[in-house]
Unconditional design. Structure first.
Length: 373
């Protein structure tokens, strides 16, 4: 195998292919000539396969494999417009650029993991890359998967003319949706966290405007002009989350999201232990949302201007609520709850839930209470 190609073009393709692994140094790139291009493929048996390709001058067709981290480090040190010559033998890869000559060890082709690819396709749609990123937003509350592997990712399913995405850790839940034709009507399309992270990085870095989604019973593929990523799905069915989402409540507040986040940040600074801090939210008369540290209200209290309907008192994990609000990007959000239900957070296109913490407000009003054991 002997090929020529610009260093910058090769470097970008290698960078995309390496996203199948968090540590590129441990990955192996498979390089092969196809027509007037070089295909670059990286496979992680537990996650999937990313394939890219670049136009090149092919002097001798062939294939080789080598450490993707070493090749990426070498190419990043060269000028983007510099022409790189790669010549592979059975045991070495010689890389030449100007006066630089570097020899890298080749990986035996027999040691390469088998590339993951869809054989029997059962669904296909095309969406914008911005929509693809939106479908990955629920990932922020995906479960760790230690005891519930079926929650360790983001679940996608078609509902009427939308593709809906959901993740939950049992305490928090985020649901988003984008307009799309029917893609998956069962409960088995669960993209694992590792694969979802890789897809998000690919979509953000590739700069493509559209991406094609394809699926089989156990795999999902993402095809864009500059990459193709095929990943394993979680083997299992996503639980029926729909019953956990309460109907619109009569008790709600509409407030500025950044103002609420700023108030939570101030309360967090006053909490003795932020990891276990509880924040109490209270609204009723007065046109405002009252917040205070549930365990020690004299240490921290704040007020956020809001449009109020009805009245409610609820105690929540302060760090979990703050993290959840950061997953929204709208200026205003609506909080609502009723009859002991979870707190619902809504904006125009996203819904989130967070479970209440057990707290007895008693007759203390906004001055505290005690935990229920």
């Amino acid at each position: 195998m002997k090929v020529w190609a610009p260093a910058g073009v090769l470097s970008k393709a290698i960078s995309l292919a390496s996203m199948v692994k968090r540590g590129a140094d441990s990955g192996v790139a498979h390089l092969a000539t196809t027509g007037d291009a070089i295909s670059i493929t990286c496979t992680d048996k537990a996650v999937g396969t990313i394939a890219t390709s670049v136009s090149a001058t092919i002097h001798e067709p062939g294939e080789t494999a080598l450490s993707i981290g070493r090749l990426a480090a070498l190419l990043s040190s060269l000028a983007a417009n510099a022409i790189v010559e790669i010549e592979a033998t059975a045991r070495t890869i010689n890389v030449t650029c100007g006066s630089s000559r570097i020899r890298l060890a080749a990986v035996p082709l027999v040691e390469l993991p088998t590339a993951i690819a869809i054989v029997h396709e059962i669904g296909r749609i095309e969406i914008g890359c911005a929509d693809g990123l939106r479908l990955l937003e629920p990932l922020a509350v995906a479960d760790s998967g230690r005891s519930r592997p079926y929650l360790a990712g983001v679940f996608w399913h078609s509902v009427q003319d939308q593709l809906v995405a959901v993740s939950t850790d049992g305490i928090r839940l985020i649901r988003t949706a984008v307009a799309a034709s029917t893609f998956s009507e069962d409960r088995t399309l669960i993209v694992p966290t590792e694969a979802a992270i890789a897809v998000r990085r690919l979509l953000q870095k590739a700069g493509a405007s559209r991406v094609t989604l394809r699926r089989s019973r156990s795999l999902i593929a993402f095809d864009a002009p500059c990459f193709s990523f095929t990943a394993r799905l979680i083997d299992g069915g996503f639980p029926s989350y729909e019953s956990r989402i309460p109907p619109p409540a009569s008790n709600s507040v509409l407030c500025n999201r950044l103002d609420l986040l700023a108030a939570l940040s101030r309360l967090s600074a006053a909490a003795l232990s932020n990891d276990i801090a509880l924040v109490a939210l209270s609204w009723g008369t007065g046109g405002c949302l009252d917040l205070y540290l549930a365990r020690c209200p004299l240490d921290g209290a704040d007020v956020v201007a809001a449009d109020v309907r009805g009245s409610a008192k609820v105690a929540l994990s302060l760090p979990q609520l703050a993290a959840l609000l950061k997953e929204f990007d709208s200026d205003h959000i609506q909080l609502e709850t009723e009859n002991g239900q979870p707190l619902v957070v809504r904006d125009a296109g996203k819904l989130a839930l967070i479970g209440r913490s057990k707290w007895n407000f008693g007759d203390c009003g906004a001055t505290g209470g005690q935990a229920n054991d």
